[in-house]
Design a binder for this molecule. Structure first.
Ligand SMILES: NC(=O)c1ccc[n+]([C@@H]2O[C@H](COP(=O)([O-])OP(=O)(O)OC[C@H]3O[C@@H](n4cnc5c(N)ncnc54)[C@H](O)[C@@H]3O)[C@@H](O)[C@H]2O)c1
Ligand SMILES: [Zn+2]
Length: 359
């Protein structure tokens, strides 16, 4: 098992990664009650967790939820406050969120607002949640106007990335997490990129050593970015959005139904790599090598007759747009990113053409 720390002073989180890392939950002194709010589909993971938590002798309560984007709404989370009140959760109670990113985002938000905030622990069960969404304290829900518009920064005291829980993931879910893993390598770490070039097939099979290494390396980079910019104010966390401008537009235009989040990010990285070359930051050779890795992750095709004009409008609406120019995180080398504030519509059209030629 590996342990890393997200060092944010009073808001620090301890992160445990590996097989059976859920064992660290035996010591939870100081809490009056424990509430496991979990994805209802994860019956065996929930049983394992309850067995561990029962050893603490603290009363444990289960609240199942239906995971997915629909959970991230006022309507879906409102009954959770009622359940907690009915079960007399107090300010010394602990919430444990068991599930993928939707559960972590929604339940973390409930923890941050119930009685002005009570302690919580994240137990992410998808690869995407283990390498990305569970760490960094962004919790929240959606509004009909857009995703993640209501939320808070609220760090869990611990994050438990138990790799045993990943065994039941579908190949699509694994690829979705790998998309974010490849993102860290492209933006921060050439050595990690070379490792992924050699080991992507082992990761697709969730081979233990490769999985542990990839999760740990990803989270070390995520922690570094969050430690420098906890509240996403000074641009450091922006790098984590590599591939997300086009990715978010694609998710939105397809109604959040066609692609998993990481799959849309994989398309977004293809686009951002081509745009990096069009803008003169990245050489053709580096773009082709990076795409070589990205293209090993198979994802659903782009919609037939994708309305690229509409995609451009959505990208402009993204918070990274300034006037007519769109701001993009791009690469100037594999493992090195930059923020380009001067991307024009013409650049976007050229990048889209290049991307279609290079699929
Ligand atoms: N807070 C952040 O910083 C951040 C970052 C990235 C993404 N996100 C959010 O994360 C969400 C997407 O994450 P996700 O894909 O993990 O979402 P999810 O919770 O919807 O999980 C995806 C699917 O996997 C299933 N599942 C979960 N664990 C499983 C397991 N061990 N075995 C089999 N199936 C399992 C779920 O039931 C669900 O059907 C989005 O809402 C996105 O906005 C948040
Ligand atoms: Zn993402």
């Amino acid at each position: 098992m590996k342990k890393i720390k997200l060092d944010l002073g009073e808001h620090s989180s301890s992160i445990f990664i590996g097989k059976n890392s859920v064992d660290v939950l035996s010591d939870l002194a100081g809490h009056t009650k424990i509430f496991i709010i979990s994805d209802e589909r994860l019956t065996s993971a929930r049983k394992v967790l309850i067995r561990k938590l029962n050893r603490t002798k603290i009363p444990v309560f289960e609240i199942p939820v239906r995971a997915g984007e629909e959970l991230k709404s006022i309507k879906s989370i409102y009954p959770l406050y009622g359940e907690l009140l009915k079960l007399k959760a107090d300010r010394k109670s602990l919430i444990v969120a068991l599930g993928g990113g939707s559960v972590g985002d929604a339940v973390g938000f409930v923890a941050s607002t119930y009685m002005r905030g009570i302690s919580w622990i994240g137990v992410p069960t998808t690869l995407l949640a283990q390498v990305d969404s569970s760490v960094g304290g962004k919790t929240g829900i959606n509004h009909e106007v857009g995703k993640n518009l209501i939320g808070s920064f609220y760090q869990p005291s611990r994050v438990i990335c138990d790799t045993n829980f990943l065994k039941t993931l579908s190949e699509r879910e694994i690829i979705s997490g790998l998309g974010e893993i490849v993102k860290y390598s492209l933006t921060f770490d050439k050595k990690f990129f070379k490792y992924l070039e050699k080991n992507l097939s082992s990761l697709l099979k969730l081979k233990p050593d490769a999985t542990l290494h990839a999760i740990k390396t990803s989270l070390v980079w995520k922690c570094k970015a969050v430690e420098k910019d906890e509240r996403d104010l000074c641009g450091v966390r922006e790098v984590l959005n590599f591939g997300h401008t086009f990715g978010h537009a694609l998710e939105s235009i397809t109604g959040y139904k066609k692609y998993q989040h990481g799959e849309a990010v994989i398309w977004g990285m293809r686009f951002a790599l081509c745009l990096s070359e069009v803008r003169g930051h990245l050489s053709q050779g580096h773009r082709e090598r990076a795409l070589g890795l990205v293209n090993l992750m198979h994802v659903p095709a782009l919609p037939k007759n994708l309305d690229f004009e509409r995609v451009c409008e959505l990208m402009k609406k993204d918070k990274k747009a300034e006037g007519d120019k769109i701001r993009f995180v791009l690469l100037n080398q594999i493992g090195k990113s930059l923020s380009d504030h001067s991307v024009t519509k013409n650049d976007l059209t050229k990048a889209y053409k290049l991307m279609k030629e290079s699929i």
